[in-house]
Design a protein around this ligand. Sequence first.
Ligand code: MSP
Length: 649
Amino acid sequence: MSKQYYVTTPIYYVNSVPHVGHALTMLACDVSKNYREMRGEKGYFLTGTDENGLKVKEAAEAAGEDPMVFVDRISQTFQVCADELNVDYDVFFRTTSEQHRKAVQRLFEVIRDKGYIYLDKYEGWYDVSAETFVRESELVDGKSPDGNEVRWVEEENWFFQLSAFGDRLLEKIAAEPEWLLPQGRQNEVVSFIKQGLRDICITRANPGWGIPVPGDDSKVIYVWFDALINYLAATGWPDGDWESLWPADVHWMAKEIFTRFHATLWPAMLMAADLPLPKTVIAHGWFVFGDSKMSKSKGNVIAPADLLTFFTDKAGCRADIAKDVARFTLVRALPYDGDTNYTWEEIGRIYNADLANDLGNALNRSLSMAHKFSAGVMPGDGVEASAVEAIEAARHRAERAMELLKLDEFAAAGIDLIRWLNKYIDDRAPWALAKNEDSSLGAVVASMLAVVANAAVLLHPVIPTTAAEILRQLGVGDVTEWERIGGDLVPAGTQLGSPEPIFPRLDKTVMEEMKPGAAVDQPNDKKDEKKPKAKGLPEPAAEIEFPDLMNIDFRVGRVIEAEPVEKSEKLMKLQVLVGTETRQILAGIKKKYSAEDLIGRQVIVVANLKPAKLMGMESQGMLLAADDADGEAILLQPDAEAPEGSRVH
Ligand code: MSP
């Protein structure tokens, strides 16, 4: 079989429960695999669990469970975490599997036969929590540099001659500048190696858990030496068609396990065994809260399931779309160089800005206007040059971002294309072109639809369900081939679907509640306390019940035509787009606004008001307005662009 694009997450320890930090790396793999598959390659994605460490055994004992029952249970929660976010891994690999045990023992033998593993006495400190050996000089107040308890260990053990590989590693890094990414962390690896690599102890006295050293059951293999081999073991090595996967194309992880393990120890082990090295090793930063890493003990953990509930319950997203929304907020916040403060406030901000205001709104506007101005059919006038260029530029930007595995930048390329479109719509103002019977209207509508379709395909690796939904609303089937970007995705004459909101906007009160330290439960005003009446203002209206308010259907609309009513001092006759419908509304705003002021403006419409006749003309609704200081009506409008037809509450 030809070589597949093989991408891996670290295998997760089973002494903790999955949170969005773990999910982030799963998504990084999923997105990079999806992209490669769009480009015609066959992807293979490994994730899994690291189950042989001493701390796993101790965690099982603390939970009063048999270690195997314990690891089965926790390992399952990582699979659930992947499923919750639609993460499509090909293998969930576990280090307690027979396949893994065989490969680890085999590689140990191969490296020992090549003379890089030798027996010696180990005397020193061991940090069980981080599963690492600690030098005396590294101790801080008797603890490891991470603040963990250390134990004194004195054992005869096997050592790996890591010190033999420093120069070869440095040569490899110099020869292939994109082997270790990003650049900043590569520099850290170089200085770490230059300080001098020391041989490492790779076995421990057998505690009754772990992989025994071949031919010596009194010892087990050190958990990091064991765990790193998972990437190779999962290919079936040394048997079968393992070369259809190996070498791995990308090992993804966060920064804490990059320098010492994935960028030095692992490649040195492979060099020792004369096996090919992974093509790219990349570490992203951490999700943090303020200055602390997300961790269960600090109580600042967000689980993927919390994100889903938030987007379905607070924002009102469909359950399958909520998965995409969670994926998007994670990828968009991916800490490429530094760390990201991934807080509820940030999650809400990304959702509202990128998805509700930009992507959702662009789809809604484009479809609504196509229904209004081209009878719900893709015009045959071709796409304007500026739109073709914007699509091409976004595609190039996304491709370059993927070469460097900058997934946050990849997502930004898609969203910025949508931002370009929203501005294009405002600039080209199709409603004004329609009013003036301008011949470019068809091309403008075609451009709007083409840009939305292309942005959806561009974002497919991140939000596959939403991309398919957008294309469905545009009246075409799903597109999963990257090379079709820039092509004719919505052919002329396509019957468009109706716009259906995908990302309801998160309301301001929810956003306020998410701010750190927000006072959520403000006491209500006492009912019987009469508010003093301001001078010159009308009497307060009689109290109503909440259902009375809910009976009024307030909607966002857009004025697409406006003309003054000649015989009236006050009235303007407006055509207002509300969803896919156009309403004729007569409004007493002539003194304050000209037709030009009004065309294109968003307004708030009372949409279920019984039609009335004014000066012989039907008015199908009313606009909300306030009185200015002179008593003239001034129109209310949403604080930011909202989809036409969306509810106001
Ligand atoms: N078992 C080892 C890895 C062995 S790989 C041969 C391990 N496991 S872990 O459960 O601690 O997982 C660490 C990884 O989880 C990180 O490298 C990263 O991929 C992910 N993350 C865990 N917490 C995270 C954040 N707060 N932020 C970003 N990534 C996080 O280390």
